[in-house]
Design a protein around this ligand. Structure first.
Ligand code: SF4
Length: 447
């Protein structure tokens, strides 16, 4: 989500005539996009601003902006600690950036921090890939997970109008994009605020996926992040039945214990979560399932943590993003005792990571010998004679080749000869579709 927010801000600045630079000392505008989900990026912001304010001392015309979740949540602190900041821009108000830059140039400090504003106006986008694109479909979040800073930074849910989403995807399809990731904090809540169509049917996430499939069933469609409570049999059927939807489900679980889930206000039980996974696996046998999980949340007992380990063994995720809990301001749990000692949080995290790594390797090993359709992303960063790409299940695949033989955007079939944590090494068995060289040029220009 933040990567795409940065693409939108870069697009708006480009539209104003700015060009990107690697030399901050020569910049006219420096904009830091921030995240408040975890603690470390917060510290990083102030150390970066410490450097940037020195540049402003030499170049008083420099416009300094802080955007994203920290700008929204920490506006007063940022203003107090770094008065040189000209612009504070919350993630819901990104489209106000051109106005705020203009005001800042006339010496006016200005903020775009209205949590109630309409976040949906379209903006130019500077896309960082010519193959894969992000498309926002719903902004904000109506849940109130007790550990989470997102609702206080991004405000309540608002779906984008379907015509705008579908027009953007049609345009990307015509430009030759091969893969689109639909974005939303609760992406499968899409449409609940949009009412009904003329024939009385509801606009929902399943409806949107069906319309996207009509644009081009060969587009690879991914989505992040869905919420377990918004899964129902119709959505599972739709995902299973549409060619465009990739066989990968990222479904945050957060804990494998019902008491802990209750304290987190996740609104589902382990059993509900398990049922969603089982339903998907029954209809999409090759689906890869990934998750997010927190260790050491307030009050997490040894037994609760062991339950999470048990669910990890049972479900066998393909991958997991695992974090030790850190309290965030303006969340319900911030006022609760952070009573799991740091050492215990870290030990639990290390055990969970070790377990998950074993599961991931084993699952990948079991698939050695199979062939996969791979979308070529580019040259491997470790070996110039190797290329890399992703399967529909989002596994990384490394194979011999060069950008001349398999330009980025090509589709190839690769036989998995060796498994590693994130995917496979193998050999191309068949070229399915070779992308035109112009795509390579475009990639280079964008890089
Ligand atoms: Fe945060 Fe919960 Fe909303 Fe996800 S669903 S963004 S964890 S409040």
């Amino acid at each position: 989500m933040n990567v795409h927010d940065s693409e939108r801000m870069a697009g708006m600045l480009e539209n104003l005539g700015y060009v990107a630079t690697d030399a901050p000392e020569g910049a006219d505008v420096i904009l830091l996009n921030t995240c408040a989900v975890r603690e470390r990026p917060e510290h990083k912001l102030y150390s970066e601003l410490g450097e940037i304010r020195l540049l402003k001392a030499k170049n008083p015309g420099l416009v300094i902006g802080v955007a994203g979740c920290m700008a929204q949540r920490e506006a007063q602190t940022i203003r107090r600690r770094v008065p040189e900041v000209d612009i504070l821009l919350g993630p819901r108000s990104l489209h106000h950036l051109p106005t705020l830059v203009h005001r800042a140039q006339t010496g006016e400090n200005s903020d775009g921090l209205d949590l109630e504003c309409d976040p949906t106006p379209a903006t130019p986008v500077h896309r960082t890939s010519a193959i894969s694109a992000y498309v926002n479909i719903i902004f904000g979040c109506n849940f109130n997970c007790t550990y989470c800073a997102v609702p206080s930074a991004r405000g309540p849910e608002v779906s984008r109008r379907p015509s705008e989403v579908l027009d953007e995807i049609s345009e990307l399809n015509e430009l030759g994009y091969r893969e689109i990731t639909l974005l939303g904090q609760t992406v499968n809540a899409y449409g609940h605020d949009l009412g009904r169509l003329d024939d009385g049917s509801r606009i929902d996430f399943a409806w949107l996926l069906t319309r996207i499939n009509e644009i081009n069933p060969k587009l690879r469609i991914r989505f992040t992040s869905p919420h377990p409570m918004y899964f129902n049999p119709k959505l599972v059927e739709t995902i299973a039945g549409l060619e465009c939807v990739c066989e990968h489900l990222h479904l945050p679980m957060q804990s494998g214990d019902d008491n802990c889930l209750r304290r987190m206000k996740r609104t589902y039980t382990v059993d509900k979560y398990r049922r969603v996974i089982n339903d998907i696996r029954a209809k999409v046998p090759d689906v890869a399932v990934t998750t997010d999980t927190i260790t050491g949340f307030c009050g997490e007992t040894d037994e609760e943590f062991e339950n999470t380990m048990k669910v990890f063994r049972e479900i066998e995720f393909d991958q997991a993003y695992m974090f030790a809990y850190s309290p965030r301001h303006s969340t319900e749990a911030f006022d609760w005792p952070d009573d799991v000692p740091l050492q215990v949080k870290k030990e639990r995290l290390a055990r969970l990571i070790e377990l998950q790594n074993t599961i991931s390797r084993d699952k990948n090993r079991r698939q050695v010998g199979r062939t996969f359709e791979v979308l070529v992303e580019g040259q491997s960063d470790k070996d110039v004679l190797k290329m890399m790409g992703r399967t529909r299940a989002n596994k990384l695949v490394i194979f011999p080749g060069t950008p001349q033989t398999y330009p980025a955007g090509s589709l190839v079939e690769v036989r998995a000869d060796e498994a590693f944590l994130w995917g496979f090494k193998g050999d191309v068995t068949r070229s399915l579709e070779i992308a035109p060289p112009s795509r390579v040029l475009m990639e280079l220009q964008m890089a």
